[in-house]
Design a binder for this molecule. Structure first.
Ligand code: NDP
Length: 459
C-alpha cells in the first residue's frame, strides 16, 4: 500500500468538512484539513450565524413599537447604530472561528492554512506544502452568483452586506429566494426603505404556494416594497448610490443594490480536472448516494455538490461519509423530509411536501389550514397574521407536509420534522395534547378539512 501523509485530507473548513474531519479522526484516521479563509465556512463566517444576529437586531423596532401596548414607555426615540452591530457581530464570529479551530486541534486533526488545490487523485497543494492522502474529501462550499448585466459590479452580495461601513437609507434587494427575503426583512427592520425586485410571479419558488402568498402579504404589511415580475436590466452609479434600470424601461435611484440570485459551487481553480473529478454543467461535483465522486477515493459533501444547500445537510453528509469510510456504521445521508426555515419577518418553517408536490405524488390529499392573530398581537396595533398548513395523504392518513409562517416557526417546525420522519398520521397529531396558550398547539387542533371557497359556497 502506498505511504500517504494522511488517511484523509479535507479541503474546506466549513460545516461539512470540519464535521467529517473530526468524526474520521475519532474513528482513528490520520486526518488533515485546509482552509483558505476562516474556519466555520459560509454558515459561521458569512451566512446563517451573522444573518440570524442581524435578524435579532432588526426585530427590536417591532418590539419597541409593541411595548407601548403592554404599558411600557420608552424615554425618547430609540436609535440604532449600525457600526456597533457589525463590530459586536464580528466579535462573535471571531469567537466561533476560534472554537472551530480548537475543536479540530482537540480532535487531533492537523490544521493547515491555505487554499487546497488537487494535483492528482492523491496529492493536494496547500500554499508551498504538498501533501498526499489515501482519501480526499472536497467540502469547499459555494459562493454568491450575480448575473452578467451591465453595471453589476455596482451591486453587492450577502458577502459584503455583513461588512458595510454604513447602511444607506434606501436599499434594493434583487431575488426572491431565502437570502433576498431574509435581507429585505433585516434592512426593513433596521429602518431602511427597501425595494425587493423578483423576476417571477411569486417569491420563494419551491415553497408551498399558500406560504409564498401569505409571506408576500406580510412583507408588504411591514413596509417592504415587493415588486413582482421586475428585474434590473442594467445598473449605473450615480452620486450617492445606484440608478436601477428595469427591464420594463423604468428607472429608480437607490443607495445600495444587493443581489441574492443564488449561489454557485466553489469549484473553479480547485484542480478537479487534474484529479479527473467530474462536475455538472453548473460546476457542482457529481456524487453518488454515498457522496463519492467518479474517482473512487475522492468524496464531496455540502454546497459544492448542490444537493440541498443547508448547513445541517452538509453536517449530515460529512458525518455519514466519515462513519462509512472510516467507521463501522456505513450509512447514506437521507435527503427526505429535511426541515428548513426562512428567517424572514415573520419567519417560515417548512417540512415535507408542498401541496403541489403532495398532489402530484399522492393524488388524493386532505388539507388543513389556519390563519390567526398571534396572541402577542391581540394587544398591539399590528395586523400580522400567522398561517399554518398540514397536508395529509388521504389514503394512509400520513402527514406529508407541515408549513408555517409566523413567530417561532423554525422552533415549532423542527419538532414537527421528527413527527414526519416517524411517519406520523393525522390521527396521531389529533391525539397529541396541545400546549396552551401557544401558537404550536394549532398544529394539533386543526380538525376541519379545508375545502376550496367555491365548494363551500355551493354547499
Ligand atoms: P435561491 O436559489 O434560494 O434564490 C435565488 C433567487 O434569485 C430566486 O428567486 C431566483 O429566481 C432568483 N434569480 C436567479 N437567477 C437570477 C437572475 N439571473 N436574475 C434575477 N433573479 C435571479 O438562492 P439564495 O441566493 O437566496 O440562497 C442560496 C441557498 O442558500 C438557498 O437555496 C438555501 O438553500 C441556502 N440558504 C438557506 C437559508 C436558510 O436555511 N434560512 C438562508 C440563506 C440561504 P427564480 O425563482 O425565478 O429562479
Amino acid at each position: 500500500m502506498a505511504d500517504y501523509d494522511f488517511d484523509l485530507f479535507v479541503i474546506g473548513g466549513g460545516s461539512g468538512g470540519v464535521r467529517a474531519a473530526r468524526i474520521a479522526s475519532g474513528h482513528g484516521a490520520r486526518v488533515g484539513i485546509c482552509e483558505e479563509y476562516r474556519y466555520g465556512g459560509t454558515c459561521v463566517i458569512r451566512g446563517c450565524v451573522p444573518k440570524k444576529l442581524f435578524v435579532y437586531a432588526s426585530h427590536f423596532a417591532d418590539d419597541f413599537e409593541d411595548a407601548a401596548s403592554y404599558g411600557w414607555s420608552l424615554n425618547g426615540t430609540p436609535s440604532f447604530d449600525w457600526p456597533t452591530l457589525v463590530a459586536n457581530k464580528d466579535k462573535e464570529i471571531d469567537r466561533l472561528n476560534g472554537i472551530y479551530i480548537r475543536l479540530l486541534q482537540g480532535a487531533n486533526v492537523e490544521v493547515l492554512d491555505g487554499r487546497g488545490v488537487l494535483q492528482d487523485a492523491n496529492t493536494i497543494q496547500v500554499g508551498d506544502r504538498t501533501v498526499t492522502a489515501e482519501t480526499i474529501l472536497v467540502a469547499v462550499g459555494g459562493t454568491p452568483m450575480k448575473p452578467d448585466i451591465a453595471g453589476i459590479e455596482h451591486a453587492i452580495t450577502s458577502n459584503e452586506a455583513f461588512h458595510l461601513e454604513t447602511l444607506p437609507q434606501h436599499i434594493t434587494v434583487v431575488g426572491g429566494g431565502y437570502i433576498a427575503v431574509e435581507f429585505a426583512g433585516i434592512f426593513n427592520g433596521l429602518g431602511r426603505d427597501v425595494v425587493q425586485l423578483y423576476r417571477g410571479e411569486q417569491i420563494l419558488r419551491g415553497f408551498d404556494d399558500d406560504v409564498r402568498d401569505h409571506l408576500a402579504i406580510e412583507l408588504r404589511k411591514k413596509g417592504i416594497n415587493l415588486r413582482i415580475g421586475q428585474n434590473p436590466d442594467r445598473l449605473e452609479t450615480i452620486d450617492g448610490g445606484v440608478r436601477v434600470h428595469l427591464e420594463t424601461g423604468e428607472t429608480f435611484d437607490t443607495g445600495l443594490v444587493m443581489y441574492a440570485t443564488g449561489r454557485i459551487p466553489n469549484t473553479r481553480g480547485l484542480g478537479l480536472e487534474a484529479a479527473g473529478v467530474a462536475t455538472d454543467k453548473g460546476g457542482a461535483i457529481k456524487v453518488d448516494d454515498w457522496s463519492r465522486t467518479n474517482i473512487a477515493n475522492i468524496y464531496a459533501v455540502g454546497d459544492v455538490t448542490d444537493r440541498i444547500q443547508l448547513t445541517p445537510v452538509a453536517l449530515m453528509e460529512g458525518h455519514a461519509f466519515a462513519d462509512t469510510v472510516f467507521g463501522t456504521n456505513p450509512r447514506k445521508p437521507d435527503h427526505h423530509d429535511v426541515p428548513s426555515a426562512v428567517f424572514s419577518q415573520p419567519p417560515i418553517g417548512s417540512v415535507g411536501l408542498s401541496e403541489a408536490e403532495a398532489r402530484a405524488k399522492y393524488g388524493d390529499i386532505d388539507l388543513y389550514k389556519s390563519t390567526f392573530t398571534p396572541m402577542r398581537h391581540t394587544m398591539t396595533p399590528s395586523d400580522e397574521k400567522t398561517f399554518m398548513k398540514l397536508i395529509v395523504d388521504a389514503k394512509s392518513d400520513r402527514v406529508v407536509g407541515a408549513h408555517m409562517v409566523g413567530p417561532d416557526a423554525a422552533e415549532i417546525v423542527q419538532g414537527l420534522g421528527i413527527a414526519l420522519k416517524c411517519g406520523a398520521t393525522k390521527a396521531q397529531f389529533d391525539a397529541t395534547v396541545g400546549i396552551h396558550p401557544s401558537a404550536a398547539e394549532e398544529f394539533v387542533t386543526m380538525r376541519s378539512k379545508w375545502t376550496p371557497p367555491t365548494a363551500k359556497a355551493a354547499e
